[in-house]
Design a binder for this molecule. Structure first.
Ligand SMILES: Cc1ncc(COP(=O)(O)O)c(C=O)c1O
Length: 451
């Protein structure tokens, strides 16, 4: 018998409580069907409070904008609004939802590439435009009502530091002078600040980007502009495991054992994204390390305070870390390609972000089957060979049987919506928000599906 390599997922106490109550899980499936995404707005509130506490402790003036793209849930939007956060929208539809959720335009910023129609709405509403390109700035300048002051952030790119990952987004530092001139000459724009977004937890990379961004702030002042914000985007990490050890052992096994033991034939586990699933440090650590890192021997927090800059953050995954799970019924199991395969009432794209392999095991809710064997592969229901929910062998706590419920833990960040399709006539799973009140959960339908 080959070795088992379970990758146990960390579970938030609220998720653990639901998963420890098979009758409640069965009730959810009975009422809302399988598959179903369950979101926990209370966990989001906790995550927001934890990030805020770090910023407060370092006395950094700040605003947190929830990156709505991470999950289409309207319940998360409502929770972010109630918690006093702002919101980062990346499309006209997200802007509509943010307004409907009660965010005032001055609590909204628009990031990412924008259509002319969206630019017009941003200008008319006075939403903060986080400009991706000179073209956007020109259009904004053209449509901003004369005499208004539509707030603008310049999203910067092309940093000199080799630690900052290259990006297709933002205005290259080489073009920054032109961007500042456009804002200066425009009749209806106001430079609120500069911005970047790095998809890395490396504090040194973020500090390098900040240092280069501050030179743009200085250049703006030189032109008579008065920026007051540095927006460092999102990219704070999720905490997938309590203990990194099993992940390390698994990685070693992948490198040394015959990979066909652990991975479905024809697949390789993408190394660049794999490392993130071994993370056991919370996003608050990433933020703490950034604020205490030094620029010319002074902590970032102190530098920001002295320069009277307000720090903006746009966390997505850090705010919804552990704030959702996905439940799906086991249809049947079979032998295929010489392996044990469990077919699940779910499609890979409905629980997998951008086709990344998710490297934590699902949980079998109240599994009463035999003691677990050598692990199983999970397949979806589409007529695609590639519709494998796990391209790697997963290790469950007992052998899954038809009608059992599998819970995919910590799926609220991008996993539910980023790649979800209706292929094969299977619409993206509906969402339901679960609220723990005392000893009991109440479940409220969440009406937006997909991004
Ligand atoms: C501009 C911008 N801000 C914030 C985010 C949120 O990032 P994360 O979910 O990693 O915090 C993204 C994600 O793509 C982004 O593009």
């Amino acid at each position: 018998m080959s070795a088992r390599h379970p990758l146990p997922a960390a579970r938030h106490p609220i998720a653990a409580r639901l998963l420890g109550d098979p009758a409640a899980v069965a009730g959810v499936i009975e009422r809302f069907g399988s598959p179903i995404h369950v979101v926990f707005p209370q966990v989001m509130a906790e995550n927001a409070a934890a990030l805020t506490a770090v910023l407060d402790r370092h006395e950094v003036p700040h605003e947190i904008f929830y990156a709505h793209k991470v999950n289409a849930s309207t319940r998360f939007l409502a929770q972010a609004c109630a918690a006093g956060l702002g919101v980062d929208v990346a499309s006209a539809a997200e802007l509509d939802r943010a307004l409907a959720a009660g965010f005032a335009p001055d609590r909204i910023e628009a990031t990412g590439p924008k259509s002319p129609a969206l630019i017009e709405r941003i200008a008319a509403l006075g939403v903060t435009a986080n400009a991706d390109d000179l073209w956007e700035l020109d259009r904004l300048a053209a449509v901003a009502p004369r005499g208004s002051s539509v707030p603008v952030l310049l999203r910067l790119s092309g940093f000199a530091s080799p630690l900052v990952p290259l990006s297709r987004f933002g205005i290259d530092l080489a073009d920054v002078d032109a961007a500042l001139e456009t804002v200066r000459r425009a009749r209806g724009l106001e430079l609120r600040g500069v911005a970047f977004h790095l998809d890395t937890a490396d504090p040194t990379a973020r500090v390098d980007a900040l240092t280069e961004s501050m030179t743009v702030v200085a250049a703006a002042y030189g032109k008579g502009l008065r920026p007051s914000v540095v927006d460092i985007g999102g990219g704070f990490r999720q905490r997938f495991v309590d203990d990194p050890e099993p992940f390390q052992r698994y990685s070693q096994a992948l490198a040394t054992a015959a990979p066909e033991e652990l991975v479905w034939p024809g697949y390789d586990l993408a190394a660049p994204t794999a490392h993130k699933y071994g993370n056991h440090r919370p996003a608050t650590d990433v933020l703490e390390r950034f604020l205490t890192a030094e620029i010319e021997r002074r902590p970032v927090a102190e530098v920001l305070r002295e320069c009277m800059l307000t720090l903006w953050l746009e966390p997505g995954k850090a705010l919804v870390d552990h704030a959702g799970i996905t439940l799906a019924s086991v249809l049947y199991r079979k032998r295929a390609a010489g392996r044990d395969l469990v077919v699940v009432d779910l499609s890979r794209n409905q629980v997998t972000p951008a086709d990344q392999e998710v490297l934590v095991d699902p949980v079998l809710v109240n599994g009463t089957g035999d003691r677990p064997g050598e692990g199983v592969f999970l397949a979806g229901r589409l007529c695609l060979e590639s519709d494998l929910i796990s391209r790697r062998k997963v290790f469950l706590e007992s052998e899954p049987r038809s009608g059992d419920v599998l819970a995919f833990v910590n799926t609220a960040a991008y996993q539910m919506d980023l790649s979800a399709s209706s292929a094969g006539g299977h619409p993206p799973p509906p969402k339901v928000a679960a609220f723990l009140e005392g000893e009991r959960f109440t479940f409220v339908p969440d009406d937006i599906h997909g991004s």
